[in-house]
Design a protein around this ligand. Structure first.
Ligand SMILES: Cc1cc2nc3c(=O)[nH]c(=O)nc-3n(C[C@H](O)[C@H](O)[C@H](O)COP(=O)(O)OP(=O)(O)OC[C@H]3O[C@@H](n4cnc5c(N)ncnc54)[C@H](O)[C@@H]3O)c2cc1C
Length: 478
């Protein structure tokens, strides 16, 4: 690969890096997003609880608190414009003993200090009316009416698609391995796809943000992955839960919750366990047993429902309690590290904050007058999808041909995902763009057809698609 020069290089195309790329795409700049994986949003950003947090439980005065509040407002406004499913279903922080009941007023006071004023205590009678399937023994709750759920897959894809549509170079399979001593004016990053030169570098490498930070000579924090295991229950469980059901949080974790998803399922989790391996995304019998025990107490009927899937995400926890966003203007380098358990919500505010910092470091921001907006295919269970749109089917019969029956995904949607601005490079990429293979059969029935469509689009064999993965058709030349 020939070396190229950019105004800004962003390391990492998770929800945070993609949000930063999107924000920079409003200006006349040459930006490259360097992503080690073969797709956007394939790290921690694809494996979270997908709550759109109001920030009621954040530490007042912290950077995280400020950016979660601002990110909530920005993403709530952007979601409907960009086709990101969001449902403001509200949350209930439930007290199960006298000590927890006493703590609800502290949590309400914390919420007010953090800038969220709509929290209100509710008595047991109202709680049971809201949640008739709640387990016995609850004493009361604090209602957080604005807490929401959001699509974790569409969000980073929308950001990255909008960025690419407006000139950002997306370099997939480009892991940054080293930083070469460059000239005074530019950084030289060695990637697995060759070297690039950039005036400014933004480190949004998630679990590897500490390692990238060290390449720049900084030692400010160390990531200790905090594993979170989650269980997804089938759509038949959805009527059992109306709100996000939260426990009273501890200093270390928000605890195990039960929440509907925008796909119409119910999720139970996550656990919180520090591990020493940044690839430890396997589930554990002990973790799942703990979840089932807690789920049985929260909503007893839930654990009798069919399990659709189990997944695991790793939070980028550090020895610090706050985000590790550090500007080094003289070095034209920004570290966006330690974005632990609220980064999906805060992503757009983090991007706004980083762009301001880049400007302070000398980046010239000249608005792009021909900026193009994005509108993503709908993955929500609540609003019309192609299979039940007579208009869509009349326009294009491929939207009437269902391939994945569990999630009702059509051949037309799969075709679109394979030929979009950032085409799905793998079966996992197709899952996150269409919901195909995500249903209760987990691809048992539709898997061969979906794999054949992917193989045909990529011009490779079925074995390649089903095996180790395929080279991405989405890569731009750097
Ligand atoms: C169990 C769990 C539950 C959560 N629940 C919520 C929630 O309900 N609401 C919420 O708002 N947030 C939640 N979060 C937090 C949220 O998921 C994260 O804060 C967010 O996804 C972090 O995004 P990121 O872009 O920083 O990291 P990532 O998504 O991990 O992206 C970093 C990217 O950098 C790439 N990369 C790494 N090293 C290199 C390199 N050397 N070169 C190039 N690329 C590299 C990686 O491949 C990766 O794609 C949760 C997290 C977990 C784990």
């Amino acid at each position: 690969m020939t070396a190229a020069r950019y105004d800004v290089a962003i390391v990492g195309a998770g929800v945070v890096g993609a949000a930063i790329a999107r924000a920079l795409a409003h200006y006349r700049l040459d930006v490259v997003m360097l992503e080690a994986a073969d797709d956007v949003g394939a790290g921690t950003s694809k494996a979270n609880t997908a709550i759109l947090h109001t920030g009621f439980d954040t530490k007042p005065g912290s950077l995280e608190s400020r950016l979660v509040r601002r990110g909530y407002a920005l993403l709530s406004a952007y979601g409907p414009i960009a086709g990101i499913p969001i449902e403001r279903i509200g949350a209930l922080v439930i007290a199960w003993d006298a000590e927890q009941l006493a703590r609800l007023s502290e949590i309400a006071a914390n919420a007010r200090a953090a800038g969220y004023t709509a929290a209100r205590p509710i008595a047991l009678a109202e709680l049971t009316r809201f949640e008739p399937d709640l387990g016995a023994g609850a004493l009361g709750a604090l209602a957080i009416p604005d807490e929401g759920i959001v699509c974790p897959f569409t969000t980073p894809l929308a950001f990255a698609t909008e960025a690419v549509m407006n000139g950002t170079t997306l370099a997939l399979g480009a892991a940054v391995e080293a930083r070469a001593p460059g000239s005074v004016a530019t950084h030289v990053l060695q990637t697995t796809r060759g070297a690039i030169h950039a005036d400014h570098v933004v480190n949004a490498a998630g679990l590897a943000s500490d390692e990238i930070d060290r390449l720049f000579g900084h030692e400010g924090f160390t990531i200790t992955p905090r594993r979170g295991e989650l269980i997804v229950y089938d759509k038949l469980a959805r009527p059992l839960v109306n709100h996000v059901l939260l426990p009273v949080p501890t200093a270390r974790t928000k605890g195990v919750l039960v929440s509907p998803t925008v796909f119409g399922n119910v999720v139970l989790g996550p656990t919180a366990e520090d591990v020493d391996d940044k690839r430890a995304t396997g589930s554990t019998p002990a973790g799942l047993a703990r979840l089932v025990a807690q789920g049985r107490r929260l909503v007893p009927a839930l654990v009798a429902e069919e399990v659709t899937a189990i997944y695991v995400g790793l939070r980028a926890a550090t020895e610090h309690r706050d985000y590790q966003i550090r500007f080094h203007p003289a070095e034209r380098y920004v570290c966006v590290g330690g974005i632990r358990s609220t980064g999906l919500t805060a992503s757009m505010a983090i991007a706004e904050y980083v762009v301001e910092g880049l400007q302070d470091a000398g980046l010239r921001l000249e608005a792009r007058l021909d900026h193009r907006p994005v509108y993503m295919p709908n993955l929500s269970e609540r609003t019309e999808r192609p299979y039940h749109s007579a208009d869509a089917i009349a326009r294009d019969p491929a939207y009437g041909e269902i391939v994945c029956h569990c999630e009702r995904v059509t051949r037309g949607e799969i075709r679109d995902a394979l030929s979009g601005v950032i085409p799905a490079p793998t079966l996992d990429g197709l899952r996150r763009r269409t919901r195909a293979l995500l249903g209760r059969c987990q691809g048992f029935y539709c898997g061969p057809t979906v794999a054949a469509l992917l193989a045909e689009a990529r011009g490779c064999s079925l074995a390649d698609v089903l095996g180790i993965g395929v080279g991405s058709g989405a890569q731009d030349e750097m």
